[in-house]
Design a protein around this ligand. Structure first.
Ligand SMILES: *[C@@H]1O[C@H](CO)[C@@H](O)[C@H](O)[C@H]1NC(C)=O
Ligand SMILES: *[C@@H]1O[C@H](CO)[C@@H](O)[C@H](O)[C@H]1NC(C)=O
Ligand SMILES: *[C@@H]1O[C@H](CO)[C@@H](O)[C@H](O)[C@H]1NC(C)=O
Ligand SMILES: *[C@@H]1O[C@H](CO)[C@@H](O)[C@H](O)[C@H]1NC(C)=O
Ligand SMILES: *[C@@H]1O[C@H](CO)[C@@H](O)[C@H](O)[C@H]1NC(C)=O
Length: 244
């Protein structure tokens, strides 16, 4: 088949596929239009989630060091009515010396806007990017782009609070916290990955997993006159599970 014929055929097939099966959701003139596939849209919830007021949002994670407030599908079913993967948001508020632990979002790229204060933001590239570390100060009014699935983290190195608004190209981007995930890996596997003595690895596994903003950075804590705070949302790992 000649390339041009193939291209035309492909366009026709694509066109047929779209007219046959795609049922895009449309928001128009304050109404849901026909062709909605998502159950939440069928509930016709009168757009109660069309405007999401973060002043009314509860914190999904709150520690003495900061909090995460989400406008994602679990909090706002309206996001299910958006076409494709939809979108979602999290406001991350970080107190002095607070850190957002290293994590990835398995289902959505992130675009984060610095609302106030400033943070050190880091991201580690995938293997094809030579695991390059990107580590920068992000100040008010700057935006950060984090590709889906890429490891990233942040820390407020100042004695004033900071906050950023994370927006995701998914209604439910998910979060995988790296320390907790790594500590679930059997000790002998981590031994083969690192060469560290298994006794040392077992020792590391006794440390609790911080699932919400933690506080750290010894220099920052000294400068701001703070002590290391073990926050109220620490989830102790089950040592019985962890030590083979
Ligand atoms: C949506 O609005 C209609 C008309 O005002 C009302 O009858 C219905 O109960 C509302 N639905 C919800 C889920 O509030
Ligand atoms: C926020 O909460 C206040 C007080 O409960 C309520 O009056 C207001 O309607 C809420 N706003 C939204 C957008 O839900
Ligand atoms: C951020 O700025 C501070 C103050 O200038 C500096 O000490 C620190 O090294 C910077 N951090 C990064 C990641 O560039
Ligand atoms: C950020 O933008 C706002 C609005 O334009 C402005 O008032 C503020 O000074 C900016 N902040 C910085 C640090 O430039
Ligand atoms: C920890 O794991 C062991 C073995 O699987 C189990 O018996 C125990 O109930 C678990 N403890 C907690 C607190 O989950």
């Amino acid at each position: 088949m000649k390339t041009s014929t193939f291209a035309v055929s492909a366009l026709i097939v694509l066109g047929l596929a779209q007219s046959c099966c795609a049922q895009p959701f449309m928001f128009e003139a304050g109404r849901f239009e026909a062709g909605i596939t998502e159950p939440a849209a069928r509930r016709m919830d009168n757009f109660t989630g069309f405007v999401f007021d973060f002043n009314n949002a509860t914190a999904q994670d709150r520690t003495p060091n900061g909090m995460l407030q989400q406008n994602q599908v679990a909090q706002n079913p309206f996001l299910s009515t958006l076409p494709g993967d939809g979108n979602g948001q999290t406001i991350v508020t970080m107190g002095p010396c607070a850190g957002n632990t290293p994590h990835t979002h398995p289902r959505g790229s992130e675009i984060s806007f610095m609302l106030y204060g400033s943070i050190e933001f880091g991201m580690v590239e995938e293997n094809a990017g030579m695991n390059r570390l990107i580590f920068e100060n992000i100040t008010q009014n700057s935006t950060i782009h984090v590709p889906q699935g890429v490891l990233h983290f942040s820390h407020n190195p100042n004695c004033e609070p900071a906050a950023f608004l994370a927006s995701f190209a998914h209604k439910d981007p998910g979060t995988q916290t790296m320390w907790g995930s790594m500590m679930r890996v059997p000790t002998h596997i981590l031994h083969s990955a690192t060469g560290l003595p298994e006794r040392l690895i077992s020792g590391l596994k006794q440390f609790p997993l911080v699932t919400a903003p933690g506080t750290g950075g010894e220099a920052c804590l000294r400068r701001c006159g703070l002590s290391f705070q073990t926050a109220n949302h620490l989830t102790p790992l089950n040592a019985t599970d962890l030590v083979p």
